[in-house]
Design a protein around this ligand. Structure first.
Ligand code: NDP
Length: 397
Protein backbone atom coordinates (compact mmCIF):
# COMPACT_ATOMS: atom_id res chain seq x y z
CA UNK A 1 0.00 0.00 0.00
CA UNK A 2 1.83 3.12 -1.18
CA UNK A 3 0.54 6.59 -1.80
CA UNK A 4 2.27 8.65 -4.47
CA UNK A 5 1.90 12.35 -5.17
CA UNK A 6 2.78 13.63 -8.66
CA UNK A 7 3.36 17.40 -8.95
CA UNK A 8 3.15 18.91 -12.46
CA UNK A 9 0.55 18.23 -15.14
CA UNK A 10 2.55 18.96 -18.31
CA UNK A 11 3.86 16.53 -20.92
CA UNK A 12 6.01 14.58 -18.45
CA UNK A 13 3.31 14.61 -15.74
CA UNK A 14 0.87 13.11 -18.26
CA UNK A 15 3.20 10.16 -18.87
CA UNK A 16 3.99 9.66 -15.17
CA UNK A 17 0.26 9.60 -14.34
CA UNK A 18 -0.43 7.00 -17.07
CA UNK A 19 2.48 4.81 -16.07
CA UNK A 20 1.92 4.96 -12.32
CA UNK A 21 -1.76 4.09 -12.80
CA UNK A 22 -0.69 0.94 -14.67
CA UNK A 23 1.19 -0.47 -11.69
CA UNK A 24 -1.51 -0.67 -9.00
CA UNK A 25 0.39 -3.38 -7.13
CA UNK A 26 2.99 -0.70 -6.21
CA UNK A 27 1.10 2.59 -6.43
CA UNK A 28 -2.18 2.03 -4.64
CA UNK A 29 -3.27 5.63 -4.20
CA UNK A 30 -2.36 8.39 -6.69
CA UNK A 31 -2.80 12.15 -6.41
CA UNK A 32 -1.88 14.47 -9.30
CA UNK A 33 -1.48 18.10 -8.25
CA UNK A 34 -0.42 21.13 -10.24
CA UNK A 35 -0.82 24.89 -10.53
CA UNK A 36 -3.76 24.53 -12.94
CA UNK A 37 -6.16 21.89 -11.63
CA UNK A 38 -8.11 21.64 -14.90
CA UNK A 39 -4.99 20.15 -16.53
CA UNK A 40 -4.87 17.47 -13.80
CA UNK A 41 -8.57 16.78 -14.28
CA UNK A 42 -8.11 16.34 -18.05
CA UNK A 43 -5.36 13.76 -17.45
CA UNK A 44 -7.49 11.96 -14.84
CA UNK A 45 -10.39 11.90 -17.26
CA UNK A 46 -8.25 10.48 -20.08
CA UNK A 47 -7.19 7.69 -17.72
CA UNK A 48 -10.79 7.02 -16.71
CA UNK A 49 -12.12 4.87 -13.90
CA UNK A 50 -11.32 7.24 -11.01
CA UNK A 51 -7.79 5.90 -11.05
CA UNK A 52 -6.23 9.12 -9.82
CA UNK A 53 -7.33 12.03 -7.64
CA UNK A 54 -6.42 15.63 -8.46
CA UNK A 55 -5.62 18.80 -6.52
CA UNK A 56 -4.46 22.36 -7.02
CA UNK A 57 -1.14 23.49 -5.55
CA UNK A 58 1.29 26.31 -6.10
CA UNK A 59 4.57 24.51 -5.55
CA UNK A 60 6.47 27.77 -5.12
CA UNK A 61 4.90 28.01 -1.67
CA UNK A 62 6.13 25.64 1.02
CA UNK A 63 3.07 26.15 3.32
CA UNK A 64 0.69 25.12 0.49
CA UNK A 65 2.78 22.04 -0.19
CA UNK A 66 2.96 21.15 3.50
CA UNK A 67 -0.81 21.37 3.78
CA UNK A 68 -1.26 19.11 0.75
CA UNK A 69 1.34 16.59 1.98
CA UNK A 70 -0.23 16.51 5.44
CA UNK A 71 -3.71 15.85 4.11
CA UNK A 72 -2.73 13.19 1.48
CA UNK A 73 0.24 11.67 3.38
CA UNK A 74 2.21 10.36 0.36
CA UNK A 75 5.18 8.09 0.82
CA UNK A 76 6.98 9.71 -2.12
CA UNK A 77 6.47 12.79 -4.27
CA UNK A 78 7.38 12.70 -7.97
CA UNK A 79 8.26 16.27 -8.89
CA UNK A 80 7.67 16.85 -12.61
CA UNK A 81 6.81 20.54 -12.32
CA UNK A 82 9.69 22.87 -13.25
CA UNK A 83 13.25 22.96 -11.86
CA UNK A 84 12.34 26.22 -10.06
CA UNK A 85 10.15 24.22 -7.65
CA UNK A 86 12.77 21.63 -6.61
CA UNK A 87 13.87 23.34 -3.40
CA UNK A 88 10.41 24.29 -2.12
CA UNK A 89 9.21 20.72 -2.67
CA UNK A 90 12.31 19.32 -0.92
CA UNK A 91 11.68 21.69 2.01
CA UNK A 92 8.08 20.49 2.28
CA UNK A 93 9.27 16.85 2.14
CA UNK A 94 11.57 17.48 5.10
CA UNK A 95 8.85 19.22 7.04
CA UNK A 96 6.37 16.36 6.57
CA UNK A 97 8.60 13.26 6.32
CA UNK A 98 8.02 12.49 2.62
CA UNK A 99 10.56 10.99 0.18
CA UNK A 100 11.43 12.86 -3.02
CA UNK A 101 12.19 12.27 -6.70
CA UNK A 102 12.66 14.70 -9.60
CA UNK A 103 13.87 14.76 -13.22
CA UNK A 104 15.73 18.08 -13.47
CA UNK A 105 18.19 19.90 -11.22
CA UNK A 106 17.29 23.16 -9.51
CA UNK A 107 17.75 26.42 -11.37
CA UNK A 108 17.17 29.83 -9.82
CA UNK A 109 14.55 31.60 -11.98
CA UNK A 110 16.77 34.68 -12.44
CA UNK A 111 19.97 32.79 -13.32
CA UNK A 112 20.09 30.40 -16.29
CA UNK A 113 22.51 28.01 -14.63
CA UNK A 114 21.83 24.51 -13.44
CA UNK A 115 24.10 23.02 -10.84
CA UNK A 116 23.53 20.28 -8.27
CA UNK A 117 25.10 22.27 -5.45
CA UNK A 118 21.76 23.66 -4.27
CA UNK A 119 20.17 20.20 -3.99
CA UNK A 120 23.28 18.33 -2.79
CA UNK A 121 23.32 20.82 0.11
CA UNK A 122 20.19 19.00 1.41
CA UNK A 123 22.03 15.68 1.82
CA UNK A 124 22.64 15.88 5.56
CA UNK A 125 19.11 17.02 6.33
CA UNK A 126 17.55 14.16 4.31
CA UNK A 127 19.99 11.73 5.89
CA UNK A 128 19.17 12.89 9.40
CA UNK A 129 15.45 12.63 8.66
CA UNK A 130 15.92 9.08 7.28
CA UNK A 131 14.44 10.17 3.92
CA UNK A 132 15.53 9.41 0.36
CA UNK A 133 15.81 12.03 -2.39
CA UNK A 134 16.47 10.73 -5.91
CA UNK A 135 17.67 13.50 -8.21
CA UNK A 136 17.41 13.67 -11.98
CA UNK A 137 15.45 10.47 -12.65
CA UNK A 138 14.27 11.13 -16.22
CA UNK A 139 16.17 9.87 -19.26
CA UNK A 140 18.96 12.40 -19.43
CA UNK A 141 19.63 12.90 -16.60
CA UNK A 142 18.37 9.63 -15.16
CA UNK A 143 18.71 6.59 -17.39
CA UNK A 144 22.04 7.92 -18.66
CA UNK A 145 23.35 7.66 -15.07
CA UNK A 146 21.90 4.16 -14.71
CA UNK A 147 23.41 3.10 -18.08
CA UNK A 148 26.82 4.39 -16.95
CA UNK A 149 26.54 2.58 -13.59
CA UNK A 150 25.47 -0.60 -15.41
CA UNK A 151 28.45 -0.38 -17.78
CA UNK A 152 30.85 0.24 -14.89
CA UNK A 153 29.38 -2.68 -12.92
CA UNK A 154 29.23 -5.30 -15.67
CA UNK A 155 31.56 -4.41 -18.52
CA UNK A 156 34.56 -2.39 -17.33
CA UNK A 157 37.17 -2.36 -14.59
CA UNK A 158 37.55 1.36 -15.20
CA UNK A 159 35.60 3.71 -17.44
CA UNK A 160 37.74 6.44 -19.01
CA UNK A 161 35.74 8.17 -21.74
CA UNK A 162 32.00 8.83 -21.62
CA UNK A 163 29.97 10.46 -24.38
CA UNK A 164 26.23 10.79 -23.81
CA UNK A 165 24.51 11.10 -27.18
CA UNK A 166 20.96 12.41 -27.49
CA UNK A 167 19.26 12.40 -30.87
CA UNK A 168 15.72 13.46 -31.62
CA UNK A 169 15.12 12.44 -35.22
CA UNK A 170 11.46 13.32 -34.99
CA UNK A 171 9.35 15.73 -37.02
CA UNK A 172 6.47 17.51 -35.27
CA UNK A 173 5.46 19.41 -38.38
CA UNK A 174 5.90 22.87 -36.79
CA UNK A 175 8.51 25.41 -37.95
CA UNK A 176 9.72 25.76 -34.34
CA UNK A 177 8.73 24.02 -31.12
CA UNK A 178 10.58 22.69 -28.09
CA UNK A 179 10.11 19.14 -26.86
CA UNK A 180 9.80 20.04 -23.23
CA UNK A 181 8.99 23.25 -21.38
CA UNK A 182 10.16 26.01 -23.81
CA UNK A 183 11.53 28.25 -21.09
CA UNK A 184 13.68 25.53 -19.53
CA UNK A 185 14.68 24.13 -22.93
CA UNK A 186 15.83 27.46 -24.38
CA UNK A 187 17.71 28.36 -21.19
CA UNK A 188 19.50 25.00 -21.45
CA UNK A 189 20.49 25.01 -25.11
CA UNK A 190 21.66 28.64 -25.30
CA UNK A 191 24.21 28.18 -22.49
CA UNK A 192 27.94 27.97 -23.18
CA UNK A 193 29.19 24.45 -23.91
CA UNK A 194 31.19 22.68 -21.21
CA UNK A 195 32.86 19.29 -20.84
CA UNK A 196 35.18 17.48 -18.47
CA UNK A 197 38.73 16.61 -19.50
CA UNK A 198 41.78 15.63 -17.45
CA UNK A 199 40.36 16.78 -14.14
CA UNK A 200 38.93 20.12 -15.21
CA UNK A 201 35.96 21.72 -16.97
CA UNK A 202 36.56 23.16 -20.42
CA UNK A 203 34.15 25.80 -21.71
CA UNK A 204 33.23 26.43 -25.34
CA UNK A 205 31.08 28.94 -27.17
CA UNK A 206 27.47 27.70 -27.52
CA UNK A 207 27.32 24.97 -30.23
CA UNK A 208 30.98 25.62 -31.17
CA UNK A 209 31.90 21.92 -31.31
CA UNK A 210 29.82 19.68 -33.53
CA UNK A 211 30.10 16.64 -35.76
CA UNK A 212 27.86 14.11 -37.47
CA UNK A 213 27.25 10.98 -35.41
CA UNK A 214 25.46 7.83 -36.53
CA UNK A 215 22.44 6.82 -34.50
CA UNK A 216 20.96 3.29 -34.64
CA UNK A 217 18.03 2.94 -37.09
CA UNK A 218 18.33 6.68 -37.82
CA UNK A 219 21.69 7.31 -39.51
CA UNK A 220 23.96 10.36 -39.36
CA UNK A 221 22.77 13.50 -37.56
CA UNK A 222 24.77 16.64 -36.78
CA UNK A 223 25.42 16.55 -33.03
CA UNK A 224 26.43 19.53 -30.87
CA UNK A 225 28.46 19.48 -27.69
CA UNK A 226 26.41 21.14 -24.94
CA UNK A 227 26.63 21.16 -21.16
CA UNK A 228 24.16 18.87 -19.45
CA UNK A 229 23.60 18.45 -15.73
CA UNK A 230 24.42 14.75 -15.34
CA UNK A 231 28.05 15.42 -16.30
CA UNK A 232 28.50 17.11 -12.92
CA UNK A 233 27.39 14.08 -10.88
CA UNK A 234 28.92 11.46 -13.19
CA UNK A 235 32.46 12.89 -13.01
CA UNK A 236 32.10 13.01 -9.23
CA UNK A 237 30.75 9.47 -8.93
CA UNK A 238 33.11 7.92 -11.53
CA UNK A 239 36.47 9.53 -10.73
CA UNK A 240 38.28 7.30 -13.28
CA UNK A 241 36.68 9.36 -16.08
CA UNK A 242 39.32 11.19 -18.11
CA UNK A 243 36.71 12.86 -20.28
CA UNK A 244 32.92 13.24 -20.17
CA UNK A 245 30.86 15.04 -22.80
CA UNK A 246 27.23 15.43 -23.85
CA UNK A 247 26.02 15.69 -27.46
CA UNK A 248 22.59 16.67 -28.72
CA UNK A 249 21.26 16.83 -32.26
CA UNK A 250 19.65 20.01 -33.58
CA UNK A 251 18.28 20.66 -37.06
CA UNK A 252 19.43 23.71 -39.02
CA UNK A 253 15.84 24.96 -38.88
CA UNK A 254 15.85 24.79 -35.06
CA UNK A 255 19.22 26.52 -34.77
CA UNK A 256 18.20 29.31 -37.16
CA UNK A 257 15.05 30.01 -35.13
CA UNK A 258 17.08 29.90 -31.93
CA UNK A 259 19.60 32.41 -33.31
CA UNK A 260 16.83 34.80 -34.32
CA UNK A 261 15.11 34.42 -30.93
CA UNK A 262 18.39 35.30 -29.20
CA UNK A 263 19.29 38.13 -31.58
CA UNK A 264 15.98 39.90 -31.05
CA UNK A 265 16.17 39.53 -27.28
CA UNK A 266 13.34 37.04 -26.84
CA UNK A 267 15.56 34.50 -25.03
CA UNK A 268 16.32 37.05 -22.29
CA UNK A 269 15.32 36.24 -18.71
CA UNK A 270 15.76 39.85 -17.55
CA UNK A 271 12.38 41.47 -16.83
CA UNK A 272 11.41 44.41 -19.05
CA UNK A 273 8.61 46.96 -18.74
CA UNK A 274 5.88 46.45 -21.34
CA UNK A 275 2.94 48.86 -21.23
CA UNK A 276 3.61 49.52 -17.56
CA UNK A 277 3.80 45.84 -16.67
CA UNK A 278 6.93 43.81 -15.95
CA UNK A 279 7.35 40.80 -18.25
CA UNK A 280 10.17 38.34 -18.88
CA UNK A 281 10.71 38.03 -22.67
CA UNK A 282 11.40 34.28 -22.54
CA UNK A 283 8.24 33.67 -20.47
CA UNK A 284 6.22 35.67 -22.99
CA UNK A 285 7.75 33.62 -25.82
CA UNK A 286 6.74 30.42 -24.00
CA UNK A 287 3.15 31.62 -24.00
CA UNK A 288 3.09 31.88 -27.81
CA UNK A 289 5.13 28.78 -28.71
CA UNK A 290 3.45 25.38 -29.26
CA UNK A 291 2.77 23.50 -26.03
CA UNK A 292 5.18 20.51 -25.97
CA UNK A 293 2.45 18.40 -24.36
CA UNK A 294 0.33 18.85 -27.48
CA UNK A 295 2.94 17.90 -30.10
CA UNK A 296 2.35 14.14 -29.96
CA UNK A 297 -0.48 13.68 -32.45
CA UNK A 298 1.48 14.67 -35.55
CA UNK A 299 4.96 13.70 -34.36
CA UNK A 300 6.72 11.13 -36.55
CA UNK A 301 10.19 9.62 -36.18
CA UNK A 302 12.03 8.58 -33.06
CA UNK A 303 14.53 9.50 -30.37
CA UNK A 304 17.77 7.68 -29.66
CA UNK A 305 19.64 8.35 -26.42
CA UNK A 306 22.59 6.44 -25.09
CA UNK A 307 26.07 6.29 -23.62
CA UNK A 308 29.23 5.60 -25.63
CA UNK A 309 31.95 4.45 -23.29
CA UNK A 310 35.62 3.55 -23.61
CA UNK A 311 37.58 2.02 -20.77
CA UNK A 312 39.53 -1.02 -19.71
CA UNK A 313 38.58 -4.55 -18.76
CA UNK A 314 41.26 -7.14 -17.91
CA UNK A 315 43.93 -4.65 -18.98
CA UNK A 316 42.44 -4.40 -22.48
CA UNK A 317 40.77 -1.37 -24.00
CA UNK A 318 37.04 -1.88 -24.61
CA UNK A 319 34.33 0.15 -26.35
CA UNK A 320 30.65 -0.07 -25.52
CA UNK A 321 27.42 1.65 -26.60
CA UNK A 322 24.15 1.28 -24.73
CA UNK A 323 21.02 3.04 -25.98
CA UNK A 324 17.27 3.20 -26.26
CA UNK A 325 15.25 4.25 -29.30
CA UNK A 326 11.70 5.46 -28.75
CA UNK A 327 9.14 6.21 -31.48
CA UNK A 328 7.02 9.33 -31.02
CA UNK A 329 3.91 7.64 -32.39
CA UNK A 330 4.21 4.63 -30.07
CA UNK A 331 4.49 7.00 -27.10
CA UNK A 332 1.52 9.02 -28.34
CA UNK A 333 -0.72 5.98 -28.87
CA UNK A 334 -0.02 4.78 -25.35
CA UNK A 335 -0.12 8.03 -23.35
CA UNK A 336 -1.11 10.92 -25.64
CA UNK A 337 2.40 12.42 -25.23
CA UNK A 338 5.45 12.49 -27.52
CA UNK A 339 8.65 10.49 -26.98
CA UNK A 340 10.60 13.19 -25.11
CA UNK A 341 7.91 13.34 -22.40
CA UNK A 342 7.60 9.54 -22.52
CA UNK A 343 11.31 8.82 -22.10
CA UNK A 344 11.32 11.19 -19.10
CA UNK A 345 8.10 10.00 -17.44
CA UNK A 346 8.75 6.26 -17.61
CA UNK A 347 12.09 6.44 -15.68
CA UNK A 348 10.47 8.75 -13.11
CA UNK A 349 7.81 6.11 -12.47
CA UNK A 350 10.44 3.34 -12.30
CA UNK A 351 12.58 5.39 -9.88
CA UNK A 352 9.58 5.78 -7.55
CA UNK A 353 8.90 2.06 -7.92
CA UNK A 354 12.54 1.29 -7.01
CA UNK A 355 12.12 3.31 -3.85
CA UNK A 356 8.75 1.87 -2.85
CA UNK A 357 9.87 -1.72 -3.42
CA UNK A 358 12.94 -1.16 -1.24
CA UNK A 359 15.51 -1.52 -4.04
CA UNK A 360 16.64 2.09 -4.03
CA UNK A 361 16.39 3.18 -0.44
CA UNK A 362 19.08 5.02 1.44
CA UNK A 363 18.86 8.14 3.54
CA UNK A 364 20.20 11.25 1.87
CA UNK A 365 20.24 12.96 -1.54
CA UNK A 366 21.49 10.85 -4.45
CA UNK A 367 21.83 10.80 -8.22
CA UNK A 368 20.62 7.74 -10.13
CA UNK A 369 24.10 6.27 -10.73
CA UNK A 370 24.58 5.92 -6.96
CA UNK A 371 22.01 3.10 -6.76
CA UNK A 372 22.18 -0.51 -8.01
CA UNK A 373 21.41 -0.24 -11.74
CA UNK A 374 20.23 -3.86 -12.19
CA UNK A 375 16.65 -3.75 -10.86
CA UNK A 376 16.02 -0.47 -12.72
CA UNK A 377 17.42 -1.91 -15.97
CA UNK A 378 15.10 -4.93 -15.59
CA UNK A 379 12.06 -2.66 -15.42
CA UNK A 380 12.90 -0.37 -18.38
CA UNK A 381 11.86 -2.76 -21.19
CA UNK A 382 8.80 -3.92 -19.24
CA UNK A 383 7.48 -0.35 -19.23
CA UNK A 384 8.20 0.65 -22.81
CA UNK A 385 11.90 1.53 -22.94
CA UNK A 386 13.91 -1.43 -24.25
CA UNK A 387 17.68 -0.99 -24.28
CA UNK A 388 20.38 -2.43 -26.51
CA UNK A 389 24.13 -2.97 -26.15
CA UNK A 390 26.89 -2.91 -28.76
CA UNK A 391 30.41 -4.08 -27.91
CA UNK A 392 33.73 -3.42 -29.59
CA UNK A 393 32.43 -0.85 -32.06
CA UNK A 394 33.81 2.40 -33.45
CA UNK A 395 32.36 5.04 -31.09
CA UNK A 396 33.09 7.85 -33.64
CA UNK A 397 34.25 10.02 -30.71
P1 NDP B 1 5.56 21.45 -18.88
O1 NDP B 1 5.80 22.90 -18.95
O2 NDP B 1 4.78 20.77 -19.96
O3 NDP B 1 4.83 21.09 -17.49
C1 NDP B 1 5.21 21.66 -16.28
C2 NDP B 1 4.02 21.54 -15.32
O4 NDP B 1 4.43 22.05 -14.05
C3 NDP B 1 2.81 22.33 -15.77
O5 NDP B 1 1.65 21.57 -15.56
C4 NDP B 1 2.84 23.56 -14.85
O6 NDP B 1 1.60 24.11 -14.52
C5 NDP B 1 3.42 22.93 -13.59
N1 NDP B 1 3.95 24.00 -12.75
C6 NDP B 1 4.79 25.00 -13.09
N2 NDP B 1 5.00 25.80 -12.04
C7 NDP B 1 4.28 25.29 -11.02
C8 NDP B 1 4.08 25.67 -9.68
N3 NDP B 1 4.65 26.77 -9.16
N4 NDP B 1 3.27 24.92 -8.91
C9 NDP B 1 2.66 23.81 -9.40
N5 NDP B 1 2.81 23.40 -10.66
C10 NDP B 1 3.61 24.13 -11.46
O7 NDP B 1 6.99 20.76 -18.70
P2 NDP B 1 7.41 19.26 -19.08
O8 NDP B 1 6.34 18.32 -18.63
O9 NDP B 1 7.87 19.25 -20.47
O10 NDP B 1 8.68 19.07 -18.12
C11 NDP B 1 8.53 18.78 -16.75
C12 NDP B 1 9.90 18.65 -16.10
O11 NDP B 1 10.61 17.58 -16.68
C13 NDP B 1 10.81 19.89 -16.25
O12 NDP B 1 11.44 20.13 -15.02
C14 NDP B 1 11.81 19.47 -17.27
O13 NDP B 1 13.04 20.14 -17.12
C15 NDP B 1 11.94 17.99 -16.95
N6 NDP B 1 12.49 17.18 -18.07
C16 NDP B 1 13.47 16.28 -17.78
C17 NDP B 1 14.00 15.50 -18.79
C18 NDP B 1 14.97 14.42 -18.48
O14 NDP B 1 15.23 13.56 -19.33
N7 NDP B 1 15.54 14.33 -17.30
C19 NDP B 1 13.60 15.67 -20.20
C20 NDP B 1 12.48 16.57 -20.37
C21 NDP B 1 11.98 17.32 -19.34
P3 NDP B 1 0.76 25.03 -15.55
O15 NDP B 1 0.08 24.03 -16.41
O16 NDP B 1 -0.15 25.81 -14.71
O17 NDP B 1 1.77 25.85 -16.30
Amino acid sequence: MAKVLIIGAGGVGTVVAHKVARVPQVFTDILLASRTKTKCDAIAQALGGNKIKTAQVDADHVPQLVQLFKSFKPEIVINVALPYQDLTIMEACLETGVNYLDTASYEPPDLAKFEYKWQWAYHDRFKKAGLTAILGCGFDPGVTGVFTAYAAKHHFDEIHYLDIVDCNAGDHGKPFATNFNPEINIREVTQRGKYWEDGKWIETEPHEIHKPLNYPDIGPRESYLIYHEELESLVKNFPTLKRARFWMTFSQEYLTHLRVIQNIGMASIKPILYEGKEIVPLQFLKAVLPNPAGLGEHYSGETSIGCRIKGIRDQKERTYYIYNNCKHQDAYRETGAQAVSYTTGVPAMIGAMMFLTGKWQKAGVFNTEEFDPDPFMEQLPLHGLPWHELHGIDLEL
